[in-house]
Structures are given as C-alpha cells and as structure tokens.
Design a binder for this molecule. Structure first.
Ligand SMILES: *[C@@H]1O[C@H](CO)[C@@H](O)[C@H](O)[C@H]1NC(C)=O
Ligand SMILES: *[C@@H]1O[C@H](CO)[C@@H](O)[C@H](O)[C@H]1NC(C)=O
Ligand SMILES: *[C@@H]1O[C@H](CO)[C@@H](O)[C@H](O)[C@H]1NC(C)=O
Ligand SMILES: *[C@@H]1O[C@H](CO)[C@@H](O)[C@H](O)[C@H]1NC(C)=O
Ligand SMILES: *[C@@H]1O[C@H](CO)[C@@H](O)[C@H](O)[C@H]1NC(C)=O
Length: 313
C-alpha cells in the first residue's frame, strides 16, 4: 500500500519536473524572427534583446532573425529574408556543413515572428497571397517547431505577438510616419490589428498545445509577449527607468511626416531619457523594453520564473 502511494507520487513528481528544460540545462540560444530580434541591425535604438539574454544567461548566441522577415514569403511575400526561405535554410546549411555544431539537449530555439505577417504589406493591407489568412501565417510559425524537431532540435520557446494595436503605427491615435504615411482610418486599423493579434495568438496557443503528442522528447514553451507588454503598459514604473516622464503611448524616436510626404520632423529622446519609453519608434520596442524581454526570456529558460511562460511539454 505504502509502496503504491510512493510510486504514484514519484510518477506525478517526475511528470511535473519533466515540463520544460531543467535549470542549468540550456547553454546555447538560437534565435529566429524579424526586426524585433535581429541583432545585426537592432531596431530598438541600442542593443537587441538576444545580446542581453546571452549576457544574462549566460548563453552562447546563434542569431538567425532578420529585419523585415515574415514566416514565409510563400504566403506573405516581402523582399526580406523570411524564416522558411532564408533563416532556416541558412541554419540547416551551416549545420550540415559542420560550421555549426549544437548539442540538442543544451540548446534552445526561439521564434518571435508575426509582426510583418499581420501588418502593413501583409494581412492588414491585403498584400498576402490570395486566400491566405491569419490561420496560415500562425500555422506557418508553429511549423517552425516541427521543422526544427525533424532536424534534431528538442527545446523550443515560441514568443507570441505583442499588442501591436498599441504601437503608434497601428494605434488609433497615430500620425503619418516612416512605416506608413497615407490616410487611413486608424480606429479601424487598431480594431483589426487587435483581432489579428489576439486571434492569431489564440490559434498559436492551441496548435502548440497539441504538438507534444506527436513530438516525443520535445520541450515546448509559449512565451506570452502579449501579456508582458500589456503589463508594461499597465504598470510602466515596474519596467521603465529613464529620466523623462514614463511614456507607453508615444515613442523615443518619433518622426512625423506630412500626409504622403517625404520629409519628416523628428523628436528623438537622448541618453538616459530613452529608457522612459516603451517604444523606440512607431513600430519597435525600446532598448529598455528589450532588456525586460531578455530578462524574462532568460528567467523562462533557466526556470527562475514561469510568469510569462507556459511549458506544454
Ligand atoms: C513554398 O513553396 C514551395 C514551392 O511550392 C514549396 O516547395 C515549399 O514547401 C513552400 N514552403 C512553405 C514554408 O510553405
Ligand atoms: C557552411 O555554410 C555557410 C553558409 O553558407 C558558409 O558561410 C560557411 O562558410 C560554410 N562552412 C563550410 C566549412 O563549408
Ligand atoms: C473610422 O472607423 C470607425 C470604426 O468603423 C468609424 O466609427 C468611423 O466613423 C470611421 N471614421 C471615418 C472618418 O470614416
Ligand atoms: C510620449 O511621447 C510622445 C513623443 O513620441 C509625446 O508626444 C507625448 O506627449 C508623450 N506622452 C507623455 C504622456 O509624456
Ligand atoms: C534601466 O535599467 C537597466 C537594467 O534593466 C539598466 O541597464 C539601465 O542602465 C537603466 N537605465 C537608466 C537610465 O538608469
């Protein structure tokens, strides 16, 4: 009797412990995505989050994310290196020719994608391949897990879309800017963007939840960027620390264009004032926001906190 109770207790305990990687397990961080994650041309006015995360870990960083990327140019064609047609092929080439040697157990793979899929030039402005919807772009992103798993990868952290309707570009109180300077109904844009991001994140979560059954041995986590940025907007003083008044509505590097025009008037925060802003420009998180992302991603990987992370396996 005693033995049975002990045995079933330890079975439960090992299932609980088996969710996600163990503390100290991960040594290598391999990042995929768009300008939110690109370390070569950081879009936050400073240093991109993977560099901070690599330092906080510490982790050895292998950065594959590229600015402008969508999940796949097959479905949302943009002239930038997409995850499926450029970033993954480069990773696979480097792996197969031996220039990249990564131990699956101590390596985690991250993907933060969707901003360009759903935005200007994508779903929002109807420039996707005919018939493509949010279901296809999110399914594509989840397929990144399956594709890397088939190649031997085992640990994954999938970053969902942040509340893009709160950026200046997609917000209801916008102005003509470097990313879009034409007339549009900004109330409708922010409403539609809120639907795309919330709907897409919900579809992604359901699909990720269903993956472990077919991917034995995989550790799959969902990092809730949407929740984290919503909390930063609701409680900026918990995260932002610059010398200017805290600002979650405007941006640190704001350029106002005349409607349809080419010459803008810019207001750029300097030095320590920058860390007061949630957004660096009309579309991108600030460097301080990226430090927060890096800290929370690191905490998730090292299992110091699961506050923004759900491990499905
Ligand atoms: C993109 O299209 C090509 C050609 O049809 C196909 O071979 C490939 O699998 C597609 N990639 C994705 C990610 O759908
Ligand atoms: C492996 O492929 C990458 C990407 O094409 C290339 O930069 C690198 O030089 C190659 N390394 C070897 C050893 O062939
Ligand atoms: C913009 O869209 C909103 C929501 O559909 C609508 O209520 C509003 O009248 C529109 N504004 C203009 C100027 O058309
Ligand atoms: C936030 O920053 C913008 C500049 O992008 C400025 O116009 C706005 O007044 C600021 N808001 C607050 C509450 O300080
Ligand atoms: C804000 O905090 C970060 C650590 O998260 C620190 O690196 C940065 O220097 C701080 N910024 C200011 C203006 O004190």
């Amino acid at each position: 009797m005693m033995w049975t109770r002990l045995a079933s207790f330890s079975a439960c305990a090992s299932i609980a412990l088996a969710l996600g990687p163990s503390p100290g397990q991960i040594k290598n961080l391999v990042t995929f995505g768009d300008s939110y994650t690109d370390v070569g041309s950081p879009a936050d006015g400073g240093t991109a989050w993977p560099i901070y995360a690599a330092g906080y870990g510490p982790f050895k960083l292998f950065p594959f994310a590229r600015s402008g990327a969508t999940c796949s140019n097959n479905i949302t064609a943009r002239p930038f290196p997409s995850v499926f047609e450029s970033q993954l092929p480069l990773y696979f080439t480097e792996k197969s020719n031996g220039s990249l040697v990564l131990d699956p157990a101590s390596t985690i793979y991250t993907l933060w994608i969707g901003t360009n899929d759903v935005g200007v030039g994508g779903l929002l402005t109807g420039l996707q391949k005919p018939g493509v919807t949010i279901v296809d772009t999110v399914t594509c992103a989840v397929n990144w897990v399956k594709t890397l798993y088939a190649n031997g990868a085992r640990n994954f952290l999938f970053q969902n879309m942040l509340p893009l309707q709160k950026t200046v570009l997609y917000g209801s109180t916008t102005y003509p800017n470097r990313y879009f300077n034409l007339a549009h109904n900004s109330t409708e844009w922010s409403l539609f963007m809120s639907e795309l991001v919330n709907g897409g994140n919900a579809i992604g979560k359901l699909q990720l939840q269903a993956l472990p059954a077919s991917l034995p041995g995989a550790k799959i986590g969902l990092f809730d960027s949407y929740g984290l940025f919503s909390d930063m907007i609701a409680h900026p003083a918990n995260y932002l620390n610059g010398t200017a008044p805290l600002n979650v509505t405007g941006c640190a590097n704001s350029c106002v264009f005349p409607l349809g025009g080419q010459t803008s008037v810019c207001t750029v925060a300097k030095g320590a004032a920058r860390d007061s802003f949630l957004w660096w420009d009309e579309l991108h998180p600030s460097e301080q926001s990226d430090r927060v992302v890096a800290r929370q991603i690191t905490n998730a990987i090292q299992r110091k906190s699961d506050q923004w992370t759900t491990w499905f396996s």
